[in-house]
Each structure stands twice: as structure tokens, then as C-alpha cells.
Design a protein around this ligand. Structure first.
Ligand code: HEM
Length: 131
């Protein structure tokens, strides 16, 4: 149940963060404090959901995966730290702005992929234990 809710919230928030991020990127939505705050809130919710999923797979009674849990926790931390500090990175290396933006996008998508991988693994575990 917790896995299902977490992965659904993760999907919705990631999709909204992605849409808003792309709108920032193409200049349709201005990067104001308010819009940025909404995007960051969505991103933080993605990370929290990923951490909840990491917890569920790390401590699954029917055979968890501590490696996957640690990987998901670390990826969430990187997404968070990179997201918060990316504007400082833009200022430090303005010529690398596109690379820095692409890394941010890939980290966000990586968090979604990792969340989906954990949810898929949980589904398979639930199927094998119910057989
Ligand atoms: C699923 C997670 C996320 C996705 C898919 C995502 C995607 C994007 C995209 C495509 C952009 C526009 C390009 C860019 O400026 O990099 C963007 C901008 C931004 N993101 Fe995210 N993001 C995510 C999570 C986060 C998080 C967790 C934070 C911080 C807590 C964050 C902070 C920012 C900021 C501050 C900008 C505006 C940068 C600027 O152009 O000045 N993002 N995001």
C-alpha cells in the first residue's frame, strides 16, 4: 500500500516538476521565486517518495534489497543537493549552463527510474510470496 501510494505521488510530482522545468527552460514560465518554489516543492516531494520507497525495499520482510535502498537514498540526496545548488553552479560556470541543466534533468529522471525499479521489485516480491 505504502509502495503504491509513494510511486503514484512520485509519478505525479515528477511529471509536474518536469513540465514546469521544461517551461522554465524554453522561457514560457519565468524563473520567479514563486514558480521556482513550486518546482522545488514538487522536486522535494519526488525525493521524499523515493526515500519512502528506499525504506520499503530496504526493510521488506519478504526479502529486501539493501543495496537498492542505499542507492535510492544517495540518488535522492544528490538530486536534492544538486537542485538547491544549481543556480550557484550556473554563476560559477556560465559557459556550462546547458550541461548543468541537462545533468539536473537526468538526475530527476533517474530518481523516477529508480522509484519505478523499486516499485516493480516490490510487486514481484509480493507476487512470489502470495504464490
Ligand atoms: C523529478 C525531479 C526534477 C525534475 C524532473 C526537474 C526538472 C527541471 C528542469 C527540466 C528544469 C529546467 C532546466 C534547468 O534549469 O535545469 C529545472 C529547473 C530548476 N530546478 Fe528542477 N527538476 C527536478 C527536481 C528539482 C529539485 C529537487 C530541486 C531543488 C530542490 C530543483 C530545482 C530547480 C531550480 C532552482 C530550477 C531553475 C533553475 C534556473 O533555470 O534558474 N529541481 N528542473
Amino acid at each position: 500500500m505504502l509502495t503504491r501510494i509513494s510511486v503514484m505521488v512520485l509519478r505525479v510530482c515528477a511529471l509536474l516538476a518536469l513540465i514546469l522545468g521544461i517551461l522554465f527552460w524554453i522561457g514560457v514560465v519565468p524563473v520567479t521565486e514563486a514558480w521556482q518554489g513550486i518546482h522545488m516543492l514538487l522536486g522535494i516531494l519526488v525525493v521524499i517518495c523515493l526515500w519512502v520507497l528506499a525504506f520499503t525495499i530496504g526493510f521488506a520482510r519478504n526479502g529486501g534489497n539493501l543495496g537498492l535502498a542505499i542507492g535510492a537514498f544517495l540518488l535522492g540526496l544528490i538530486v536534492l543537493i544538486y537542485g538547491v545548488s544549481q543556480q550557484n553552479l550556473f554563476a560559477m560556470a556560465p559557459s556550462l549552463i546547458w550541461l548543468l541543466k541537462t545533468i539536473h534533468l537526468l538526475l530527476g529522471l533517474g530518481a523516477v527510474g529508480m522509484g519505478e525499479a523499486i516499485a516493480g521489485r516490490q510487486r514481484r516480491l509480493a507476487q512470489t510470496t502470495s504464490q
